[in-house]
Design a protein around this ligand. Structure first.
Ligand SMILES: Nc1ncnc2c1ncn2[C@@H]1O[C@H](COP(=O)(O)OP(=O)(O)OP(=O)(O)O)[C@@H](O)[C@H]1O
Ligand SMILES: [Mg+2]
Length: 242
């Protein structure tokens, strides 16, 4: 039997009369890089918020590592090995790069010494060792995105949910982040990746789900998705903004 690490089962999220996510189901296997795409307002970030405990689901279940997690708080979900990055990165600007990553590490250790060791390992993973003592607020957007990755890696997650981690980056910066994501998977983690850059999505994802107006429009391999006529007319035809 195939082992699903994450199972989204008939998840809906309503904000008053606004249906942001509507009866969405899919499963992510261990060590997959799984893409979640769709136009602005499709419900991608809302689904991440439901998975990670920031919003209760209106209906449906989220099962992670065989546990129902949609009734848990964000810190409880994090402790189970699920970490997420934010669409708008917000490092603690007055702290150093190292201290920001140590904040992540404190979710798995109580000692400063151990937190520093874990943080330095993750800074190496994202190639930020030259910036360890710099204030996080002074970093460029490209480096802030790497810092965001290091911060979540410091929680030693089984699964990472990345919300537009390449948003606002140029091609060179995007390629560097994609290589880091490939390395994260090689080390054993599973990744769900929200991204508008289709070249990035198709080059890195094993499987893709397309959301449109809160509903699942399609699911398949990158090739199936880029050739799907519903997806082309709803999304790939153009008119969206990152
Ligand atoms: N906290 C909230 N309160 C009310 N409505 C919300 C809230 N968060 C999201 N929504 C609504 O849910 C819908 C989906 O928004 P969401 O941010 O999930 O889209 P998205 O697919 O991430 O879009 P983008 O690609 O622009 O980031 C939108 O109609 C949005 O206005
Ligand atoms: Mg979003």
């Amino acid at each position: 039997m195939i082992q699903h690490l994450l199972l989204i089962s008939h998840v809906s999220k309503h904000f008053g009369g606004n249906v942001a996510v509507s009866d969405v189901s899919f499963a992510v296997e261990e060590k997959q890089i799984f893409g979640l795409i769709g136009p602005n307002g499709a419900g991608k970030t809302t689904l991440f918020n439901c998975i990670t405990g920031f919003f209760p689901t209106t209906s449906g279940d989220v099962i992670f590592d065989n546990k129902k997690i949609n009734t848990l708080r964000p810190d409880e979900v994090c402790k189970l090995g699920m970490a997420r990055t934010w669409q708008r990165v917000k490092p603690l600007g007055s702290l150093t790069v190292l201290e920001n990553v140590m904040v992540g590490a404190f979710s798995i250790t109580n000692t400063t010494r151990e937190a520093e060791i874990i943080a330095r390992e993750q800074l190496q993973m994202v190639e930020l060792t030259d910036y360890t003592t710099k204030s996080a607020g002074s970093l460029s957007i490209g480096l802030k995105k790497k810092l965001e990755l290091a911060r979540v890696l410091a929680t030693r997650p089984k699964m990472l949910l990345l919300d537009e981690i390449c948003g606002g980056l140029n091609h060179t910066e995007t390629d560097i982040i994609l290589d880091i994501i490939r390395n994260i998977r090689i080390k054993g983690a599973t990744i769900v990746f929200i991204e508008h850059d289709m070249k990035a999505v198709t080059s890195i994802c094993d499987r893709i789900v397309v959301l449109n107006s809160g509903e699942k429009l399609a699911e398949g391999t990158p090739e199936e998705i880029t050739n799907n006529s519903d997806v082309i007319s709803a999304y790939l035809g153009g008119g969206h903004h990152a």
